[in-house]
Design a protein around this ligand. Structure first.
Ligand SMILES: Nc1ncnc2c1ncn2[C@@H]1O[C@H](COP(=O)(O)OP(=O)(O)OP(=O)(O)O)[C@@H](O)[C@H]1O
Ligand SMILES: [Mg+2]
Length: 359
C-alpha cells in the first residue's frame, strides 16, 4: 500500500494549520491558514510567529506555552487578531510535536474560522428577540389604537368648539403628538405583518440616483457631498423596487443624520467578492450577488447599541423611532440578501447590502 500523502492532506484541510519550531519560527502554513490570515505561505514560512501576529495574541501565547510545557492547549471560542487589527472568531488548539525521546521538536496550531457560525448565531438570537418584541408590540398597538383614536377625536372636537384662543396651541400639540404615536404604531404594525413583495429585474443605479435626488435637500443642509462609485457593468438585481428604495432611503438618511458636521456620503456598487455573500440560490442554481456600500464619514455607532441596531426601537436620535434599520433588515431578508455594518466611532460607518442579480 502506498504511504498516505500527509502533505496533501494538511494542505487540503479546511482548518488553518500552523506549525512552528521551538524558537517560534513558522515551518508550516497551509492554504486555510493563508485564507484565514490573508497572508501567503511564502510570506509566513521562515518568520517568527511573534512577528506575524501581535505578540500578545492567544495564538502566539498558546504556541509558546505548548512549546514550554509540552502540553496541548485548547480554546473552543478564541479569536485571531490580524495585523490590520481585526479579530476573527476562531476555535484554537495547540499541540506539541514530540521526538522519539519525548523531547519537544515544535508545536502546531489548528484554527477553525467561526465567523460564519457566529453570524448565524447572531441572526438566530436576533430572530428570537424580534419575535418576542413583535408579539408584544402588536398586542400593545392593538390595545392603544382605539383609545387613541377616541382621544384624537375629542381633541379635534375641542379645537373646533373653542376656536382660536389660549387652548388652541395646547390642543394642537396634543393632536400632533397623537399623530406621532399613530405613525409609530403604523410602522410597528408594518414590521409585524407580512409585507407584499413583487420582484422584477431592477436597475440599481437608477434606483440609487433617485434616492440621492430625494435626499439632496437634506444633504445640502448637512453640508454633505454625495459621491457615487458605480460599477457600470453591474447587472440588474432581483428586487421589489419600492421596498428596495425604502432600504436605501433609510441607509442614506441615517448616514446624513450621522454627519451633522458635514462630510462625504459614498455609494459604491460592485459584484460581491465577500466569501460569505458571493452567491445565493433562488432556485435554478447559485447566482452571483451584488454588493452596495453606503459609507458615511459621520460619528459612528456607539459600542453600546452596535449589537442591537437592527432591532426595533433602538435609537439615539431625539426624533427617531428606531424602526429604519429594522425595516431595512426585514426587506433585505425577503430578497434573500444580507446587510452588514462596519463602524468606527468618530470616523464613520459603512453599511453593506448584498442582493442577488436578476436573470
Ligand atoms: N450611519 C450611521 N451612523 C451612526 N449611527 C447610526 C447610523 N445608522 C444608524 N445609526 C444608529 O442606529 C440607530 C438606529 O437606526 P434606525 O435607522 O433603525 O433608527 P433611527 O434612525 O434612530 O430612527 P428612524 O426610525 O427614524 O429611522 C440610530 O439611532 C443611530 O444611533
Ligand atoms: Mg433611521
Amino acid at each position: 500500500m502506498a504511504r498516505p500523502d500527509y502533505g496533501a492532506l494538511i494542505a487540503g484541510l479546511p482548518d488553518a494549520v500552523i506549525g512552528v519550531r521551538p524558537d517560534l519560527e513558522v515551518f508550516l502554513w497551509n492554504a486555510a491558514a493563508e485564507a484565514l490570515t490573508g497572508r501567503s505561505a511564502t510570506r509566513a514560512v521562515g518568520r517568527a510567529a511573534s512577528e506575524l501576529f501581535p505578540p500578545e495574541t492567544r495564538l502566539v501565547r498558546h504556541l509558546a506555552e505548548t512549546l514550554r510545557s509540552g502540553e496541548t492547549r485548547g480554546e473552543a471560542e478564541s479569536s485571531l487578531e490580524t495585523s490590520d487589527g481585526r479579530a476573527i472568531p476562531t476555535s484554537l488548539v495547540t499541540a506539541p510535536l514530540l521526538g522519539a525521546a519525548g523531547e519537544v521538536l515544535g508545536a502546531v496550531a489548528v484554527l477553525r474560522d467561526l465567523s460564519r457560525l457566529k453570524a448565524l448565531e447572531a441572526e438566530v438570537r436576533r430572530g428570537e428577540r424580534l419575535v418576542a418584541l413583535g408579539q408584544m408590540a402588536l398586542a400593545i398597538a392593538h390595545e392603544i389604537r382605539n383609545p387613541l383614536a377616541a382621544v384624537r377625536g375629542a381633541a379635534q372636537l375641542l379645537e373646533r368648539e373653542l376656536g382660536e384662543g389660549a387652548w388652541s396651541e395646547h390642543l394642537g400639540v396634543m393632536r400632533r403628538e397623537i399623530d406621532r404615536v399613530n405613525r409609530v404604531m403604523e410602522a410597528l404594525l408594518d414590521l409585524g405583518r407580512p409585507l407584499r413583495f413583487s420582484f422584477a429585474a431592477v436597475n440599481l443605479h437608477q434606483l440609487l440616483d433617485r434616492v440621492c435626488l430625494l435626499a439632496e435637500a437634506t444633504a445640502r443642509q448637512h453640508g454633505v457631498l454625495t459621491v457615487r462609485r458605480y460599477d457600470p457593468s453591474l447587472p440588474p438585481v432581483w428586487a421589489d423596487e419600492d421596498r428596495l428604495t425604502q432600504v436605501f432611503q433609510n441607509l442614506v438618511q441615517n448616514g446624513l443624520e450621522a454627519m451633522a458636521g458635514g462630510g462625504r456620503l459614498i455609494l459604491t456598487t460592485r459584484l460581491s467578492a465577500n466569501p460569505l455573500y458571493a452567491k445565493v440560490d433562488l432556485g435554478g442554481g447559485p447566482r452571483p450577488m451584488v454588493e452596495v456600500l453606503v459609507a458615511d464619514e459621520g460619528e459612528g455607532i456607539p459600542e453600546a447599541i452596535r449589537e442591537r441596531i437592527f432591532d426595533p426601537f433602538v435609537t439615539t436620535r431625539p426624533r427617531g423611532l428606531g424602526l429604519g434599520l429594522a425595516l431595512v433588515h426585514r426587506i433585505v431578508e425577503e430578497h434573500r440578501g444580507a446587510v452588514r455594518v462596519e463602524t468606527t466611532v468618530g470616523k464613520g460607518t459603512t453599511f453593506a447590502v448584498y442582493l442577488p442579480v436578476a436573470r
